[in-house]
Write a protein that binds this ligand. Structure first.
Ligand code: SAH
Length: 255
């Protein structure tokens, strides 16, 4: 059955309104008619089976037949702190990490990021990134839409992580640094009882990597870097590879 986004807070009295972009797709591309059934979700954690009851220009309304939890959301929290990469690589990283079950994405502006804080396009990009997150949820069956936060300066991103860990004792920080000579990801996991870890933070640098000063600042926050092996991965490869491994280790790749 087709999945559509419904307007938030439109589920009163068992009736819903389909979000505008989706209504257009529903009518103009899929040509659904009154009486058709479809799946709707508004991003707040549940899914509905819906019967299409009225079409008025591009406004589509429906009646909820049943509401349920499809069980597609991860049980654990994973935040991706991603050094903002060049061009549209962030789009790809967002799409893939939402599919893999990320909880939140924090674009991080580091010394080597091409995007800087005064970038006039930040607002436009942010809207685009959140739209990609919604679309990825629609495609992969998730019912909670991960937020892509407004880009943060590096130190503020570390601050955010240290705030987060205050509320979750069982957490793991995975800070990826290609010049780390001693500790690899496997060593890091050995230090934890990974089944009990409820929250992970993954830090990935942009194309230019983290600077020496940034590594020093991470240490101030008691975050120690890990290596991902002998080869240098592109930033987008590193993000998706680490997220996959962390998800697997945290037991998220089971039915
Ligand atoms: N500019 C650097 C590479 C940066 S790769 C260079 O050419 O030397 C971009 C990001 O991916 C890095 O900041 C790091 O977070 C991650 N990464 C890539 N390969 C890695 C590896 N082998 N070990 C740890 N992190 C890695």
């Amino acid at each position: 059955m087709h999945r559509f986004l419904i307007e938030r807070d439109s589920t009163q009295d068992g009736r819903i309104t389909v979000a505008q972009d989706d209504a257009r797709h529903m009518l103009q591309v899929l040509r659904l008619k009154v009486g058709a059934t479809f799946v709707g979700f508004d991003g707040s954690g549940l899914e509905h089976e819906i019967k299409l009851t009225s079409i008025d220009k591009n406004r589509v309304q429906g009646e909820i037949i049943r509401t349920y939890d499809p069980g597609t959301e991860p049980g654990k929290k994973v935040i991706l702190f991603q050094g903002v990469p060049k061009m549209d690589k962030m789009d790809w990283i967002i799409q893939k990490s939402v599919e893999l079950g990320v909880t939140q994405i924090v674009p991080v502006i580091t010394q080597n990021s091409v995007m800087q804080f005064k970038d006039k396009n930040i607002e436009v990009k942010l809207q685009r990134w959140n739209r990609i997150s919604r679309e990825a949820c629609k495609q992969c069956g998730r019912v909670t839409i991960p937020e892509v936060k407004a880009p943060l300066l590096y130190r503020n991103a570390l601050e955010l992580w240290s705030e987060q860990v205050k509320s979750e004792r069982n957490h793991i920080g995975v800070f990826c640094y290609e010049n780390e000579g001693k500790k690899c990801l496997k060593d890091l996991f050995k230090c934890y009882n990974i089944d009990c870890v409820n929250m992970a933070g993954i830090f990935i640098g942009p194309e230019g990597g983290f600077s020496g000063e940034e590594i020093r600042i991470a240490e101030e926050y008691h975050i120690s870097p890990v290596s991902l092996g002998k080869r240098i991965l592109r930033t987008e490869t590193a993000a998706i590879a680490v997220l996959s491994v962390v998800m697997h280790e945290m037991g998220e790749w089971t039915k």
